[in-house]
Write a new protein. Sequence first.
Lengths: 292, 260
Amino acid sequence: MPSVNIVNGRQIVVEQLDPGQRLARFLAKPFEQMRDHQELIQAVLRRELRARFQGSVGGWFWAVVAPLVAIGVYTFAFTTNLQLPLADTMGSHRVAYALFIFSGIVVFNFFSEMAYRSPMLLHEYAHYIKQTIFPSDMLAVIAMLRATAYTVISVVVMLIFQLAVSGKLQWTALLIPFVFPPLMAFLAGMAWFLCAVGAFTRDAGYLMINIVPLFMFATPVFYPHNSLSPPWDLLIYANALTGYIEVMRDIVLLGKLPNPLVIGWILVTSISTFYFGYWFFDRYRNVIVDVI
Amino acid sequence: MSSSTSSEVVVRARHLGKAYQLYARRGDWLKQVMFGWWKTYYKPFWVLRDVDLDVYRGESIGILGRNGCGKSTLLQVICGMTLPSNGELRVNGRIAPVLALGATFDAELSGRENIMIGGAVMGLKRTQILQKFDSIAEFAGIGDYMEQPVKHYSVGMRTRLAFAICAHVEADILVVDEALAVGDAAFQRKCLDWIDSFRKTGTLLFVSHSVVEVRRLCTRAIWIEDGRIRAHGEANDVIRAYHRALAMEKDDVHRFSARA
């Protein structure tokens, strides 16, 4: 049955469009939504960033301390008694191994924060979604931006640490800002999918709590992606994080330009995840309001 | 409808229907999502059926009906909080929903922060909210509580704050749902006076169980029963018909009186 819903003369649910126009509209829609609601996104994001350390005396100090402690522990562990067979492949400097792990952890933590939080995201904000004209699809974007803020802090801490220990940075580290947009798109898509599923069943949240730690071992965080034996060294790229971690290590630690094939693969998986997630969320969004 | 009047129609609903999906078991949600294209796992529960409504610019419409008749659902659909299951809806202009006042606040945040977010939800820019902040605080009249977390507020205070935000949105259409019942008499009067002045420029959809308020504020009224529009017209006529129907039921009430 035809259904037309126009609010402010703008929001049109069903209309007569040819497939090309429909595709263009679909591709533009998430960005249009972000543009239209940017003030709201900022307001909620500001509140979320403030709330994270609310009630603590240290405040934002903790956001810097946490990665610093982590990186310190890795350095201590790998420069003292712990001997790993991989250490010599990473060059003479043992701090390099700590940085090697940390660069993997940064990407993985970005992912895991989103994976843990997304299934509960709509429940967390149920009071907004049910009672106001809150754009529910923007919650995943807000969560993603919040996680991005902490990831950026971690990356900065990592670079400062690298500079302090080795005295120099790779010039390719300037490319880091280009790694973020596709990674953010990938995680936003994942968040849309997970929060839509999480709205229907709380099992999604429990599933993530169990899966994410295991998933860490399917991600080359503690080992180099190329240390695997033949079928697996390609299969591990099915894990989209592999590409990001490889690129991150290439540009931050090794100072070489990433493999174009890997970049292509990252872009394909991220953009398709972004749109699949949005499509899935958008498809069930009106049901979601009634379920929560 | 001729084209000359259609520009003035701010809310236009045709055959509007809303069904909630009732599931026998909780897990059936998931089945419906995954296999919905193959088989239906829910029973539709119709809360709104075949509602036709035209609201013209500057009009005030009262909505009457008993609890659970679908009034609030109708308002939620008009405000765009839930999508209608079928039918056609067209809304021109910015809506300020004054529904479930205060229920949308984040209890951990202070009144000030809730104003910032609440205003942004209604589509105000940060600079606009900051500009209007003092005026909002004055309207709410909750004094130093403004800096306290909302969890320490009484229900009446939440309502004050929420209504104060809604009053500053500069909406074209105001949708009020039994919002004022919890405020004290002075605040109720303040709100009603404000709504009265709002009516000069804006359009009002007003749900209330207080027939006096409806009579004071509304020129037209609709009476909803079981999700359908039962009567529609001049406010006084509809109120009279509604009263008659309620009076017929009064007889039943005696069966449940506290002291038999």
